[in-house]
Design a protein around this ligand. Sequence first.
Ligand SMILES: C[S@@+](CC[C@H](N)C(=O)[O-])C[C@H]1O[C@@H](n2cnc3c(N)ncnc32)[C@H](O)[C@@H]1O
Length: 295
Amino acid sequence: MRQRIADSLANSPLGRALARRQMQRFGTSAWSAHIVDEFIHGDGGAAYGLGPREKTNLVETFRRITGAVESGTAPIVHTVLARAILAIPPDTPGDLVECGVWHGASACSLSHLARLTGRRLKVCDSFQGLPDDGERLHTGLHTGVYGHYTQGMFKGTLDEVRTNITAHGCIEVCDFVEGWFGDSLGTLHDPVAFAFLDVDLESSTRDCLRALWPRLNDGGYVYADDAGDLDVVKVYFDEPWWQAELGCAAPGFVGSGCGLPLSPSYSAIGYARKVEHFKPEDWKRVPFLHYPEAP
Ligand SMILES: C[S@@+](CC[C@H](N)C(=O)[O-])C[C@H]1O[C@@H](n2cnc3c(N)ncnc32)[C@H](O)[C@@H]1O
């Protein structure tokens, strides 16, 4: 009974306004709070038995994780990844894969999602930080930021990551894949339901896509937290490379340059989607376009 009252309060306009106020206190903008609100009160996750209460707890868990473990990604990004993962039908096979772990904050959040969806999480990193990038200049055209990465930057050791996931995530669903992506990801053979790349470099992005794209389910998503760096984003549009390396058309990247709209100004998150076979029933029709096959 108490639970039923709590659930109906959480779904009432007052409950939602209180939740939004609470999210704003967590430091997210009103815009981001709206995205969180949509996540909590939308029907995503219903197929996994998750309602507003469980999703509120999940968002709170993301906030706790990023408070406890130094993170390159904010809780709102973890929420966006959660929304995408919970939209995968439960009968779709495949693992969740994270490439680019640092101290393991995003891996902690993804491990909760792996547990809730009955999947494994492949946690992939050198655990030695970034490889040498040859002092390349990186520019964020939209943000106006520039700079260089150095070898070893964003190092989190395997022990450190294991400890953090044990403390804040679900270690029992994780498999650790240690090494440079160009070598290590070739050991993955199972289907991939969803991948998250947070790898900073163009060369690392190519290594990840070369290994993961063939394993990704038709209709599956690769999210990446490097949307602001056009050198990285260009990889997703590099038609000759996709044809030569993967034998398919370049998929493009949604959010190129300024990211998905998680705030009025900028986010670093975007995605590519693998569409091998176009199925009209999975897409929407609009009144202003023409459909020759329509009666
Ligand atoms: C920005 S950090 C990841 C941040 C993390 N996702 C978070 O939210 O806190 C980038 C990570 O990518 C890893 N990395 C980049 N290129 C790599 C490569 N070629 N092979 C293995 N690891 C790589 C680095 O070791 C580092 O841990």
